[in-house]
Ligand binder design. Structure first.
Ligand SMILES: NC(=O)c1ccc[n+]([C@@H]2O[C@H](COP(=O)([O-])OP(=O)(O)OC[C@H]3O[C@@H](n4cnc5c(N)ncnc54)[C@H](OP(=O)(O)O)[C@@H]3O)[C@@H](O)[C@H]2O)c1
Length: 215
């Protein structure tokens, strides 16, 4: 049995990860931004041993929320925002939100939880973009944030190898969630949930990776 913190726990892929971890007998710390929805999640999945309401646009608040976690087997950086806009149409505030939620909050949460991850020889999983999301016109901030997230993960992997903390980046295919539906609509593209991947299959891959470390 492992203890895993999942961000974006109420989202499409996030809730599926919570469900898959629960199904396989692991304990979950669920981080989201809506306390009422997190409470409902904990009722549905009693192995949610703790939930944390946090707006990841304000990473400075995270220390007071997770600073007491002492032992953590897994940390899944899943939360993200993905507005569709060209550089010409992306104001400073939007750059701040996208880079803060998608990158800075992940770095700060990792920093705060590293002692707990080192104590458990834990595993940090970064959910990146779909494969091939590079230099996408009108998706500049999202593409830039995910490129930064990949570099963050690659640096962290090298830094933490001596401490036995594993780091994995996952590139899910287009997956049937609210995010994909919104993005397709903003690009003027059709959205067929049946033709997209399922959040459950992404979740199964992620939990397989978390379980792949011998205990
Ligand atoms: N769906 C795809 O096709 C696809 C493909 C490749 C990669 N991905 C990646 O998979 C991950 C999950 O995406 P998804 O498709 O499951 O999207 P989603 O359903 O929109 O979930 C995103 C989650 O991020 C949370 N979030 C956004 N802003 C936040 C903030 N300021 N503070 C705290 N939480 C915040 C959302 O919270 P609320 O629930 O409160 O809104 C939501 O739970 C993302 O990293 C995405 O880039 C998705």
């Amino acid at each position: 049995m492992r203890t895993v913190l999942v961000t974006g726990a109420n989202g499409g892929i996030g809730a599926a990860i919570v469900g898959e971890l629960h199904e396989r007998g692991h304990q979950i710390i669920a981080l989201g931004r809506d306390a009422a929805r997190l409470e409902d999640l904990a009722v549905s999945f009693p192995r949610v041993v703790r939930w944390v309401a946090a707006d990841l646009r304000r990473p400075e608040a995270l220390a007071g929320l997770v600073g007491d976690v002492e032992h953590l087997d897994g940390l899944v950086h899943n939360a993200a925002v993905a507005p569709v806009a060209s550089v010409a149409d992306t104001p400073y505030a939007m750059w701040q939100d996208v880079l803060t939620v998608n990158v800075v909050a992940a770095a700060e949460l990792t920093r705060l939880l590293l002692p707990a991850l080192r104590a458990a020889a834990g595993h940090v999983i970064f959910i990146n973009a779909a494969p091939g999301v590079h230099a996408v016109p009108r998706w500049s901030a999202y593409a830039a944030s995910k490129a930064a997230l990949r570099e963050l993960a690659d640096s962290l992997r090298e830094e933490e190898a001596p401490n036995n903390v594993r780091v994995t980046t996952v590139y899910p295919p287009g997956t049937a969630t609210g995010l994909l539906e919104r993005v397709r609509a903003e690009f003027g593209q059709p959205y067929d949930p049946d033709a997209a991947g399922s959040p459950q299959s992404v979740a199964a891959h992620i939990v397989n990776a978390l379980e792949s470390t011998e205990r």
